[in-house]
Design a protein around this ligand. Structure first.
Ligand code: F0G
Length: 467
């Protein structure tokens, strides 16, 4: 148990024209942008990318309005646009990279992009009613190319891997990071090595990783063991580490926030709610909001609510203790994506919650499944961990911290097909605690058999109406 160290001072943006740096939030050391070690070579602390304030060619900083107009212009429009929801924000993600315009067929290989991002911001009455908030938007990051938000971080991380001349890339993962890494490494032509906890990765994620060609190591241990192992292995074997401790991953993940703010016309919501595991995304959201506010893109800061599964809630325990202690637990939850007991980005996530006057809470597996059922039945769908954001928002309304009139964005982090195993259990295993199931019905190949099913359904509906 340790108290988070006070962060040394460092400006949110450097003077116009400065080269980006990688800054150690633990000891204050600065490393050049293309320094290849993903952690501070002095103290082992986590690094953050810091960029020059975006400016006109004469060096005058861009106003928030000018920057908003520039982002709008990059939004796929020819000739200046790019079809990625990450690289549209290149000025504040990786300014030194030359992002090719849509019309430029020759410069495409300066970045490793699928493209990714540009995910939908949805409103669905059934989900709003379940949460108890009218103005609820769902930002569906499962609509990314490999089915999770990890693609946003991986496009930037892999681009950096190529820039530093990496010979191979690696990550530890509960499944989604490894799927994204495998896809982007394949595109970049880099060998990829992934470390996943054996027996704990959802089928969709594991099979994606195999399909995209990454070497997949099933480690006898949990995610926290995998992360320790990959850190040691990458240090000793010179493999470029692409977990979310890598600062460039977070630069890409910041764009979830920039994009949702842009979709809301830069009228910031009251809350942004997200599921939390290793805390990379919570940290990225905090950095995005700090920067968006400093640049005048928004005039007030939404509160971040990080939601953990009750069996894997070390950050929620630390929050309850006023962040005086850093808690570690032996994690257990059926939301395997967030089955993490010792989150690596703890300190920078503390900063995100503190800066945004946010909060951290936990929800039970039963609450996660109940929320997933509502999201799935609305025709939206998500993997179990993602449903923690909706379960968390509902809990915040119930305990009075979130009001029915608040404007809320809940992030769904992964696609419904990521975890087919849980769907089979939910809908075909009578003993599974999430009734009512929707089991498939085997019939003879006859219209009368179809008519019998319809009649049975009508009878059931009539009985429910009378209850
Ligand atoms: N939701 C999903 C679907 C995830 O896959 C993850 C993390 C999270 C939420 C939590 O994000 O770790 O930044 O707090 N998945 C990682 C992985 C750990 O390996 O795919 P976080």
């Amino acid at each position: 148990m340790t108290s988070p160290a006070a962060r040394p001072d460092f400006p949110t943006f450097l003077p116009p024209g400065s080269a980006s740096v990688q800054w150690c939030a633990a000891c204050g050391a600065e490393w050049p942008e293309r320094h290849a070690a993903p952690q501070c070579a002095t103290c082992g602390g986590l690094l953050e990318a810091r960029h020059a304030a975006p400016a006109h060619v004469d060096g005058t900083p861009l106003t928030g309005a000018a920057l908003r107009a520039s982002f709008a212009q990059h939004c796929c429009a020819r000739p200046l646009g790019h079809p990625s929801g990450v690289w549209r924000f290149a000025e504040i993600v990786m300014p030194s990279v030359v992002v090719p315009a849509v019309s430029d067929n020759h410069a495409r290989d300066t970045i490793v992009s699928w493209p990714e991002g540009n995910t939908a911001l949805l409103q669905r009455r059934a989900i709003s009613q379940y949460v108890g908030v009218d103005a609820l938007w769902v930002k569906h990051e499962g609509m990314n190319p490999t089915g999770s938000f990890k693609d946003r971080g991986m496009t930037v991380g892999t681009t950096q891997a190529v820039r530093v001349g990496a010979s191979a890339v690696a990550c530890a993962s509960t499944g989604n990071t490894s799927a994204a890494l495998a896809a982007y490494a394949a595109q970049a032509g880099l060998p990829a090595l992934v470390f996943v906890p054996t027996g704990q990765v959802a089928l969709g994620k594991l099979t994606q990783t195999l399909a995209y060609g990454a070497r997949t190591l099933l480690v006898r241990g949990d995610f926290d063991d995998c992360l320790r192992l990959v850190q040691d292995a990458s240090r000793e074997l010179g493999i470029y580490l692409l977990n979310s401790i890598n600062p460039w991953r977070l630069e890409g993940q910041k764009t979830i926030v920039f994009e949702l703010l842009q979709q809301l016309g830069w009228d910031a919501p009251d809350w942004i709610v997200l599921p939390a595991g290793n805390l990379g995304n919570t940290a990225a959201f905090g950095k995005a909001l700090r920067e968006a506010h400093a640049l005048g893109l928004i005039d007030r800061v939404p509160r971040i609510a990080s939601v953990q599964a009750a069996g894997a809630a070390p950050f929620a325990a630390s929050f309850a203790d006023g962040f005086r202690t850093r808690t570690r637990v032996q994690a257990e939850t059926l939301a395997t994506a967030i089955r993490i007991g010792d989150p690596a980005s703890h300190d920078r996530a503390v900063d995100a919650i503190t800066f945004s006057d946010g909060c951290v809470l936990s929800v039970s597996d039963e609450e996660i499944l109940a929320a997933k059922r509502v999201i799935d039945a609305a025709g939206v769908g998500c993997e179990p961990a993602s449903a923690a954001s909706i379960a968390g928002a509902r809990a915040l309304v119930r305990d009075g911290r979130m009001r029915a009139g608040d404007r809320v964005v809940a992030v769904l982090t992964g696609h419904v097909l990521k975890d087919p195993g849980i769907l089979v259990r939910m809908h075909q295993d009578a003993a599974f605690p999430s009734a009512p199931p929707n089991a498939p019905i085997e019939i003879d190949a006859s219209v009368s058999a179809v008519a019998a099913v319809l009649a049975d359904d009508a009878r059931r509906r009539a009985m429910t109406a009378h209850d």
